[in-house]
Write a protein that binds this ligand. Sequence first.
Ligand code: PLP
Length: 417
Amino acid sequence: MTKWNAAFPDKLKEVIKETDEMIAPKLAEIDEQVLDNQNKVLEAFRKESIDESSLLGTTGYGDDDRGRDQLEDVYCDVFKTEAALVRPQFVSGTHTLATALFGMLRPGDNLLYVTGEPYDTMQEVIGTAGNKKGSLIDYKIGFDYVEMDGDKVNFDLMKKKIKEQNPKVIAIQRSRGYSVRKSLTVKEIAEIIKQIKTVSDAIIFVDNCYGEFSETVEPTEVGADIMAGSLIKNAGGGLAKVGGYIVGKKDLVELASYCLTAPGIGTSEGPTVGRLSEMFQGFFLAPRVTGNAIKGAIFEAGIFEKLGLNVSPKWNDDRTDLIQTIEFNDPDKMVKFAEMVQKFSPIDSNVLPVPSEMSGYEDKVVMAAGTFVSGASIEFSCDGPMRAPYIIYIQGGLTFEHVKIAIANACKELFFK
Ligand SMILES: *Cc1c(COP(=O)(O)O)cnc(C)c1O
């Protein structure tokens, strides 16, 4: 009988065994969390009486798409919001976030990010990077951000800037993106919102990308007015082929809908063209799939820490998203790791990742992604800029077992040759 790790050296088998034993209680915690989130999603499906015909969808204008409306009600139930816009017409997370922001902001208004510099692609939406054409700044919307104080939001500076700028929208980015700061837990987001409320009644917007179901409470339950994310990350459960979601107060979601479609049309049109079934099923699977990815990240943190590398978060840290970073301090090891992730992917396993120039990045970037849905980062993938200290960002994994097999083989190649 073959065993997945039969050809591993005994030393590596021992490290894997020690890692498994060390992280077991943490994995059990994640299983408990998956149970709560699965229950929440199942309750929503039952409440909205989803039936076989809900999954069919519409074509053309998409008038009276009952299933689409029900899916949006399911999202409202899970995220505890008045309204939701969940559509396959959103081409990416960036598009979804941009739609929400363009919906709310008018010339002369200000936008303030309180969690440091926004995610790379959002900088082009805002107009602080790229050619600025069509950006928020091009539309005479003011923008500023509050520099983080290490892993914490700088409340004093935040309040000073809020008083000076009187922003219409205050943005919080939950996940770290490609920054060195830690991701913000929902508890921390609750405190940020509480502090904002002492000085401002601005609209509070949360970029929830990578965050969904990685805790049992979501930012909309602790005071966020509007929140958005991608369906080819957590919320699509690995099954959604495209799409995004916006959830929040009814008037704000409606404004976003005028940007996605057109004023006068709003939420009433938008065909689901055969995508509804996977959007429903993906959302149903999302708690479990997100749990698998987080368990994979805990294994990564545990084993690489045992092998003497700096990792963030640590295996036993509280988590609020999927991202795991490993510091290789060695360009060759970093590239080799990406090669192994690619080699142990179900799709494109024969492709060789090569560090390359990428628009918007000063250094070359190495990436590995062998995914069923192109670019889907709920699936196991990694990337990072080729600069000291050579940090790779790992995310996703549809099954914990896939991540474990791939990471163990990467460790063998990197440290046991
Ligand atoms: C992924 C991500 C985005 C952008 O989503 P895309 O689908 O890549 O356009 C924005 N913000 C954060 C925090 C993200 O993780």
